[in-house]
Every structure is written in structure tokens, then in C-alpha cells.
Design a protein around this ligand. Structure first.
Ligand SMILES: *[C@@H]1O[C@H](CO)[C@@H](O)[C@H](O)[C@H]1NC(C)=O
Length: 361
């Protein structure tokens, strides 16, 4: 028997092959000490396993909210002592968008990155709870996040999926069909208080019945269109319904429509009660006189989807289009599915429409 060697665990934890592990200490009976150069990861705990738990269900939240992405870890079998770990949260790359670091923490120190700086921290909820709080959610925050716990060389992780409530709508500019390259598509959505939709968002909208016969840009610069009823000019006869893809397109040279994603609203959209119909510039002025602004397309879609806005009167919107929202279809009010109907971009001088206004909270 050689001397008994007591090794206190330090961060980063060395990998010690073949040593028994008791109560947070390694004991060695080797006269020559230990050789950290040998062995694989599984040698670290000699049977003590690090387990990371995250929820399976997608978290649903909305723009401007604070959300907690749950993540806990434990050891099997249980360990009584506290062991220092390193925590890393990052957002997974999705459809061409790069992976993003979110937060790294060691003990009480932590550092956040990029757009997340100042908006994220670990929930101060006790040991082995490393849930991530994100404040003031942005549209771009939706996606999958990985929570990684690193204990020396042992390293386990789990994934949390976050989805923001919103509505997808196809958008064409006043110039007509297939006019937007990728950058112009992004600007078009932003101008309507929305962002270019992701594939997941378009797919969900298709599951809920979105049918659109023109191809539009998505966030990953691919071009797709959702078909619920395959028809001749629209996906081809005899083909199954689905989201059809043209694949990735050239961001500058190719021109399509775009699918925008508008988040649930905080303010209120309403049809302005007004004695006469208005020209476009009168419509803008009328909303201002009412202490509001003429509504953007994304705001009208969000009010229709999340507030059940239902009105059979077509009204001007900020982009110069005229539309009306129908939540409860009826024979006197257009087609028999719910939706936002469009009259395209009428002559701005015509006096055939009312106006939808938006008042911030
Ligand atoms: C989010 O958290 C911050 C800081 O704790 C708080 O000031 C803010 O009111 C919260 N926002 C919402 C929407 O709850």
C-alpha cells in the first residue's frame, strides 16, 4: 500500500482514470500519483452521471414579454456536495442563420453576447437550476436554445424551443408580383411592423390553412409557397398539399414576394368611424386627429388573428393598400373562410374606403 493521496477537485476538473470517487474527493493509492493524460471522458466520475433536463414542449411567448427557458441538472447517483460547473447557453443555427452565443457563466460570473447583452441572466433560483431568463423578447429570439453544463470534462446538454406568437402573411409591394430581392423583402416586412417569416412559422401557418399561390422569401433566403389545395397553375394537379420550395435563391438577383411574420399586438387596431370615405392622405390625417396612426399591414393581421377584429368595411392602410379583416365569415362579407381580404393598392385619390388606425398601448 502506498500513501493515500487526497485530491481536492478544482475547476477545470482533471480527468483521473481509474480512481474511486467519494463525496467530492478522489482517493488514490498509487505511489506515483495519477496520470491525467490517460483515459476518456467516462473516467471522470467513475459511474457518477451528469444529467441535464429541459422541457420537451415548445414554450410559447410573445414580443416584449419576459420568458424563462427552464434547465436543471443533477447527478446520478445524487451527490451531496456542491461542485463548480460552467454553463453555456447558445442559440442553434437554423436554416442558414448562424449559431449565436447567448450566455456563459462560471459561478457568479457571467457574460452575455451580441443582441442578448443586458437582456439575459440565469434565474437566481438555487443550485443546479440554470434556467435562462430573457427579457423584452424580440421577434428574432424564436428558435432552439441549447443549455450546456460542463463539469470538468463531463459535458451534457438539453434543448429548449421558444416560439413567439404571431401571424404569417404573404406580402406584395404596390409594384406588383415578384418585385422584391431578399433585402427589399426584409425592408418590406419591417415597414409593415413585421419580420421575414421562418420556415417553421410558414409551416405552422400552412397547417392552420394558409394557401398562397405566389412564392415568397423566408428568413433563410429560400423561396417557398404553401398550398392547401393543389390546383393547375398552383403546385400542379394531383400533387399533395404542402409547403413547396424553390430552394435557396440569389439574395440580390432573384425577385419574389415575401412571407412576413407579425407578432401579437400590444396596442389596438380599429376601424375609424368617420362620416365620409377618404383618400389615402385624408385617411392618414384622420387617424392622427384621432390620436393614433394609420395601421400597418402586420398590425391589421395581428388584430385579426389575436383580437378577432372583424369588420366588413375596407379601409386604407399605411402602405396604400385597402383591406378588411373577417374573423367570423358570413355570406354578405366575402369568401367563407376567415381572413384579411385585400383590394390591392387602389388609386390614392379615390374616395371608396375608410381607414384602420393603430393606437399604441
Ligand atoms: C421584465 O422584467 C423587467 C425586469 O425585471 C421588468 O422591469 C419588466 O417590467 C418585465 N416586463 C414584463 C413585460 O413583465
Amino acid at each position: 500500500m502506498g500513501r493515500l493521496l487526497l485530491l481536492v477537485l478544482l475547476l477545470p476538473l482533471p480527468c483521473i482514470p481509474g480512481l474511486p470517487f467519494y463525496n467530492g474527493f478522489y482517493y488514490s493509492n498509487s505511489a506515483h500519483g495519477w496520470d491525467p493524460g490517460l483515459g476518456g471522458v467516462q473516467c471522470l466520475f467513475n459511474g457518477v452521471k451528469l444529467v441535464v433536463e429541459t422541457p420537451e414542449d415548445t414554450l410559447l411567448s410573445h414580443r416584449g414579454a419576459n420568458v424563462t427557458l427552464p434547465c436543471r441538472y443533477h447527478y446520478e447517483p445524487a451527490l451531496a456536495s456542491h461542485r463548480p460547473v460552467r454553463i453555456k447557453w447558445w442559440k442553434l443555427s437554423e436554416h442558414g442563420a448562424p449559431e449565436q452565443d447567448v450566455l456563459v457563466a462560471v459561478g457568479p460570473r457571467h457574460r452575455s453576447f451580441g443582441d442578448y447583452r443586458g437582456r439575459v441572466h440565469l434565474r437566481p433560483a438555487g443550485e443546479r437550476d440554470v434556467s435562462l431568463e430573457i427579457r423584452d423578447l424580440r421577434l428574432e429570439d424564436s428558435g432552439r436554445y441549447r443549455c450546456e453544463v460542463i463539469d470538468g470534462l463531463e459535458d451534457q446538454s438539453g434543448v429548449v424551443e421558444l416560439e413567439l406568437r404571431g401571424v404569417v402573411f404573404p406580402y406584395q409591394p404596390p409594384q406588383g408580383r415578384y418585385q422584391l430581392n431578399f433585402q427589399e423583402a426584409q425592408q418590406a416586412c419591417e415597414a409593415q411592423e413585421a419580420a421575414v417569416a421562418s420556415f417553421e412559422q410558414l409551416f405552422r401557418a400552412w397547417e392552420e390553412g394558409l394557401h398562397w399561390c405566389n412564392a415568397g422569401w423566408l428568413q433563410d433566403a429560400s423561396v417557398q409557397y404553401p398550398i392547401t389545395l393543389a390546383r393547375g397553375p398552383c403546385g400542379g394537379l394531383g400533387l399533395a398539399p404542402g409547403v413547396r420550395s424553390y430552394g435557396p435563391r440569389h439574395r440580390r438577383l432573384h425577385r419574389y414576394d415575401v412571407f412576413c411574420f407579425a407578432a401579437a399586438l400590444r396596442g389596438r387596431v380599429y376601424y375609424l368611424e368617420h362620416p365620409e370615405k377618404l383618400t389615402l392622405s385624408e385617411a392618414k390625417a384622420a387617424c392622427r386627429e384621432d390620436g393614433a396612426q394609420i395601421a400597418k399591414v402586420g398590425q391589421l393581421f395581428a388584430a385579426w388573428k389575436f383580437r378577432g377584429l372583424d369588420r366588413c368595411d375596407a379601409g386604407w392602410l399605411a402602405d396604400g393598400s385597402a383591406r378588411y379583416p373577417v374573423a367570423h365569415p358570413r355570406p354578405t362579407c366575402g369568401p367563407l373562410e376567415p381572413g384579411v381580404r385585400s383590394f390591392g393598392f387602389p388609386d390614392p385619390q379615390s374616395r371608396k374606403y375608410g381607414v384602420y388606425c393603430y393606437r399604441p398601448p
